[in-house]
Design a protein around this ligand. Sequence first.
Ligand code: SAM
Length: 493
Amino acid sequence: MSLRERPNHSRFHASLRRAVKSLCVVIVGLSLVMTPGKAIQNTRPISYDDLPAELSGWLNQQGVNRENFAARISAIRRQTEERERIGEFDHLIFYLLQSSRFTELARIEPALSAYELVHSLGEIDRAKFLAEGSVFVPSSDKIPKTAKARINQFIAALKANRKRDDERLNYFDNLLRKTTSPILPILNVETLLSAEYLRAMRFLYRKEFASRSIKPEDLAAYVASLYQTRGHSTDTQIEANFVIHQALQVVKFSSPQTKLNQVLIVGPGLDFAPRTDLIDLFGPQSYQPFAVADSLLSLKLAEETKLQIHCVDINDRVIAHLQNLRQRSEIRLSILSGVKESAAHPIVDEYRNYFLNFGKSVGIESKLAVPDSFSAHLSKSLRIRREVVQAISAHRLNIVTERFADSLRFDLVIVTNVFPYFSPSELLFALTNISAMTATDGYLIHNELQTVPSNFVNALGLPLRQARTVMITSDKAAPLFDGVAIHQKTPRL
Ligand SMILES: C[S@@+](CC[C@H](N)C(=O)[O-])C[C@H]1O[C@@H](n2cnc3c(N)ncnc32)[C@H](O)[C@@H]1O
């Protein structure tokens, strides 16, 4: 019921309320100007009543109803924690196999190590190891010699306990200290690393090789099921932001006066230890907040004095990285494209131009010195202006289970490479939270054309407005594409 509908309301109370409301608006406005990127404190869990009533039948088929909803949310929280733990150990194993910061041994491509391991197993053990939901673990003697040698060098580097300037190695050292017993730490570390190596290789083999024997019509469902249960990864590449830029160009073209000053990025990620092509010439970096700011400012979709980029993530390492940016004396991004250019994989002009112009609205660029082995990547160094860093804030929030309770609504929500980690019902919960936090006429932009069902977004008042695929490299055999979808929040009826 609105204030005006209440029968016993005196005019005095109504005008007092209006005065308080305007004062609040002024205070909120002032605090945004004075403390850009201000942390938002209040969150609240999703409730069953937040979900669209018209999807209750579908939810019921998924085993979700009013009675078990709270238990379901608690279970998602617990599973998220476990998937976070697994994800951090995946990153550790990928680092251990590829990094040159603690050993001179040749780097190992993790998927090839998985192949070597699986093909060293007898037929019965191989089938047991790869079976769906299997807990069978082969003996650690089966770990390929090359991987074993790297595990040993990694442990030796930890034992040496030298002062190191490698943020990744320090992080993994702390992670292991927290996980293993202080009584027999090194023995435990070796056992733990062997077990984590075997677990990580099982996932990689199933994704990269076992998937090849799946019928084409079942492949998407197979890969989707792997992602919905795997460990959470924080991997990020600059390419993810190219499609966002393309989408924002569409918004600018179709609605030139739009201003998108309040922005939410769900899962900005941190380039820490990807499962392939680890580049650890530079420390860990998060690109998306800067890339989104750059696109909005260059397209004049936001004003620098008003722009606020709020980032939410479930990973403490990502949050800590973003929160610590403000304390640093200088923020310099060392940017290498994820894609490499070659005659067989030509980079399309649109992506090259995006990369060339990237960062001009948020910083000052210079040439990036990289070894010859990286000459096929596009590269640049970018010193970010302090005002831009000040506009970025980061908060721990699980988009599936909770939302900000503040009245602040976002003009733009960006989500790339996050939705595939959610089961269909988790995706509905996440979209419900996103829709509630999006301002009327505000946008949701994501890159999962296949993953987001139209009945979800229509029921949530976030219908699809535009969608397109975008080419990044134009190889004849296997061009590299990404997709982008633009949804717009409709006014409440
Ligand atoms: C694969 S990374 C993608 C990073 C970046 N968006 C990109 O496209 O390059 C996924 C990120 O989403 C975060 N994430 C996963 N599930 C989440 C959830 N339920 N709520 C918030 N963040 C989540 C992960 O911690 C990680 O940082």
